[in-house]
Design a protein. Sequence first.
Length: 482
Amino acid sequence: MSNQVIVVIGLAVLGTLFLLGMLAKMYRKAGPNEAIIRYGFGGPKVIIGHGALIYPMVQHTRSLSLELMSFDVAPSQDLYTMQGVAVTVEAVAQIKVRSDMASIMTAAEQFLSKSPQEREGLIRLVMEGHLRGIIGQLTVEQIVKEPEMVGERMRATCAEDMSKMGLEVVSFTIKEVRDKNEYITNMGRPDIARIKRDAEIAMAEAERDTAIRRAIALRESAVAKAAADQERVLAETMSLAKQAEAQRDLDVQKAQYTETAQRQQAQADKAYEIQTNVMQQKVIAEQVRVQQVEKEAQVKVQEAEILRNEKELIATVLKKSEIEKQRIENMANAERARLVAEAEGRAQAIRTQGEAEASIIFQKGEAEAKAMNIKAEAYQEWSQAAVVDKLITNMADVVRAMSEPLSKVDKITIVSTGDGKGVGAHKLTGEMTEIAAQVPALFEALSGMKMSELMGNIKQMTSRPNGGTDTPPVIEGDSQKK
């Protein structure tokens, strides 16, 4: 009984599996890129994106691709434009079966039994015919310059015929347009010439504007440079003036500092000399005091020795020691008196020497002051003859100082002008004479006295009977000073 149950169950399972296998084989699924056309029992039906049971022997199925078809549209013959120009046009078309049921059924009726190559051939013939008609209505310029317009017109024109075949034109693009007569090549030459002309004109205008701006910039640069040079010269002049003022102030301060330093140095020198003398006196006094202390110490040592000897002698011979003591005391007293006298004599000598040096310095300063006063009085009592004598005596030194630059010249070249005058070494001596002749004028400019008046006054003084001992006449410069 159990074996029969197992057999029954096994048969049931096998039957179920057989049925499931048959159902799976009968069930057809359509992908997203295809459509399944079921025909037979129940009439034709389009299956898109889902599945359906196909009953064997009573129903059959065929698949139709819904993918995009891309192919070239390039007529082998030349196409003539509205202008009669023969052109060759190559285009690319993308076509697909429409997604609605009616269009799929129409496309199935038209192409289900044909291969993809045969289907593309039929579509290409239709597209080339419509392209020939559209090219005949356009000019070459429109075809070349407006390919989008050609594509739009192509899609609009083919839409009706493609719809009858259950298809639609997704896109139509012109790849190339050429002609054998170089019409397209020559078509751009006027534009190229115009563009070149405009470019040359624009370049010439740009160069002109550049030249004008450069000239303006150069002019502004020159003006700015001139103004800057003027400001620089003004600034340099002001700077030099400031430098001169600063140098003048520096020289004045240096002179003041030098005068102050010299005055302080003189005071310091004098104070140093005084302090040196004081220190020398202190040193000498200290030396005398030290010697005196040393002598006193020696005396004390001698006195201690005498006491020791005295005690020793007391122990031996009293009388002899008393005599010797008296002798030593006398000798010590004499030595002490001698040392005291010697120290007092040295102190007196040092004191006398310091007083003598101070007296000498005082007398020297007094003598120098008196000499300066006498010299000043002598200058005030100088007569005009003495002034002239001093002037004439020093005139050689003045001329020598004025001609000193010529002594530093290594070589002098004399060039003749051709008239024979002023040529030769005497020309140089003439220049020296002119330099010497400037000395009286220099004296008159510095002193305010005229040489001619001084010489005239001296001549009047020498012509007097008393030999010119009278009071000399007062000249203009002296009267103004008095």
